[in-house]
Design a protein around this ligand. Structure first.
Ligand SMILES: CC(=O)N[C@H](C=O)[C@@H](O)[C@H](O)[C@H](O)COP(=O)(O)O
Length: 238
């Protein structure tokens, strides 16, 4: 099927989960002020990773989500980052509804136990989001306690996305496999291993620890960081 001939089979919840199960999701994000920060570029990047076998893509920003949904025939995990401290990944119900309205098949949101800027609980956010969309909900968690609370709040997928970024757990060099073990043992929902998966071996290890899926961002789609790894290897900082 060419890029112009899209498969219009609806992405039911079951079909989204089937597509992601046991496979790689790739996060395609550029950060504010960066050269690749453009929805058209994100869509091209998404097509490139799908050509490489990505089963789903994760995309930040409403324009990027809409552009990528139009460009690829895989599920799109959408989020809206607002701010850069505290609760910033799809922080409020308004953000979550907007991400779903942009076409995301999965809405990723902050799944921590921290107070949300709009004063709603995560459970209230999920319940009200479900009144407007059939999109799945992925909770980006930073600890087992986050994951257990998010599961009780009614989300569909649990991510390790925020491990090492909320102060509850150390920022491990690679994925937080100890947290993966805790979540796989302690939760019934699917666990997406995301965050600092930097090599294929680490991705395989995450799957061996019981991941439902693995999501890789930086190591595939962030050339500035990748370049810095090589720069430091060639001429180590003194
Ligand atoms: C903590 C946070 O803001 N994580 C963000 C969530 O969308 C992204 O900046 C990450 O790139 C993404 O989670 C994938 O992780 P990694 O780039 O380490 O493979």
């Amino acid at each position: 099927m060419s890029a112009e001939q899209h498969d219009r089979t609806p992405w039911t919840r079951e079909r989204v989960l089937d597509a992601m199960r046991g496979r790689l999701t790739v996060s395609c994000q550029a950060y504010p002020g960066e050269p690749l920060r453009d929805p058209r570029t994100t869509a091209q990047m998404a097509r490139a990773v799908v050509a490489g076998g990505a089963a789903a893509v994760r995309v930040q920003g409403l324009d990027d989500v809409a552009a990528v949904v139009a460009a690829v025939d895989v599920p799109v995990v959408g989020l809206w980052k607002d701010g850069d401290g505290g609760v910033f990944i799809t922080p409020t119900l308004r953000h979550a509804v907007a991400v779903a309205d942009a076409g995301a098949h999965v809405v990723a949101l902050d799944g921590t136990r921290r107070p949300r800027p709009d004063g709603l609980t995560l459970a209230e956010t999920v319940a009200r989001l479900r009144e407007t969309t059939d999109a799945l909900v992925m909770a980006d968690c930073g600890s087992l306690d986050d994951a257990l609370a998010a599961q009780d709040a009614g989300v569909d997928l649990l991510g390790t996305t925020l491990s090492g970024y909320t102060g509850e757990r150390p920022r491990t060099d690679g994925p937080d496999l100890a947290l993966v073990d805790e979540m796989v043992a302690g939760c019934t929902l699917p666990v997406v291993v995301e965050g600092r998966v930097h090599t294929p071996a680490q991705a395989a290890e995450a799957m061996a620890h019981g991941a439902f899926a693995v999501c890789v961002g930086t190591a595939i789609t962030h050339p500035t960081t990748l370049t810095s790894w090589f720069v430091d290897a060639v001429a180590p900082p003194v």
